[in-house]
Design a protein around this ligand. Structure first.
Ligand SMILES: Nc1ncnc2c1ncn2[C@@H]1O[C@H](COP(=O)(O)OP(=O)(O)OP(=O)(O)O)[C@@H](O)[C@H]1O
Length: 247
């Protein structure tokens, strides 16, 4: 399948208008033109993954959507509103949240302080929900962020943004470097969030993790989307997907 014949979202989601729509997105680092006309849609309650080799442009796409990377052209629409020119704090206030690959937590503050700092908004995660989902965060309450394992940092980073009750969660390689049991619990939470109607845009190198969770996958090569694979096509196209990811 080519980018020009990309199939629509699965029927379960197709009835509702897209929550996020990205059209002809180009992005630049200085003179370097990195994204070349990205088009993608995410519907309410959909989990969508961006897959591709290192340097293909997945993280740049998340940063461009979130308004963190400003040097870009094209149009980004969230919940029917053009957000292309909004600063990232105003995009966040509209219900979009980003957990970067480096898991932005405050390393000198304790876990509890990290959790309490971002204000909880209606519909956001309470302390009770946090500790029910990730009991280890209660046990580590007084530990500084810098002393947490990679998995604990990922949980903390996710909960910090979930306190604001986002409708779209952008996750950059949430499974990277984590033990299988932690990857499983992150996957379980993503599924729960989806059941509650949240949409998730996931950047992943871990194909097993991505294919277990995502309804659709956009394949990135050299700053372009070259293919789109639905959940029901994954098994028959797994070899192609592996080839896209192999170095
Ligand atoms: N801050 C930056 N300055 C200049 N070039 C950058 C910067 N960040 C990324 N790039 C370049 O932009 C291109 C896309 O990088 P990006 O990080 O979006 O890829 P990716 O698909 O997310 O891969 P990775 O998993 O390695 O992050 C690459 O060629 C990368 O070298």
């Amino acid at each position: 399948m080519t980018a020009s014949s990309l199939s629509p979202a699965p029927a379960a989601h197709a009835a509702s208008p897209p929550l996020l729509q990205v059209r002809d997105l180009h992005a630049y680092y200085g003179q370097s033109h990195v994204l070349h006309g990205i088009n993608l849609d995410i519907h309410p309650g959909e989990v969508v993954s961006l897959i591709g080799r290192n340097g293909a442009g997945k993280t740049t796409t998340l940063k461009s959507i979130m308004g963190v990377l400003r040097s870009r052209t094209g149009q980004i629409t969230f919940d029917g509103q053009d957000i292309t020119r909004l600063p990232s704090n105003r995009i966040a206030a509209r219900g979009m949240a980003w957990v970067p690959e480096e898991r932005a937590i405050l390393s000198t503050l304790s876990v509890r302080e990290n959790l309490e700092l971002p204000p909880a908004r209606p519909g956001g995660w309470s302390a009770a929900r946090t500790y029910e989902a990730f009991p280890v965060l209660r046990e580590r309450g007084h530990h500084p962020g810098s002393k947490l394992s990679g998995g604990e940092q990922q949980m903390l980073a996710m909960v910090r943004v979930l306190r604001s009750g986002p409708r779209l969660l952008l996750l950059d390689e949430p499974s990277e470097g984590l033990a299988p049991v932690i990857v499983q619990s992150i996957g379980r939470i993503i599924r729960e969030l989806q059941q509650e109607g949240l949409s998730v845009l996931l950047v992943e190198q871990n194909l097993n993790f991505a294919t277990r969770l995502a309804d659709r996958h956009y394949v990135f090569v050299d700053g372009k989307i070259v293919d789109e694979v639905r959940r029901d096509e994954v098994e028959s196209r797994r070899d192609e997907l592996l080839k896209y990811l192999s170095v």
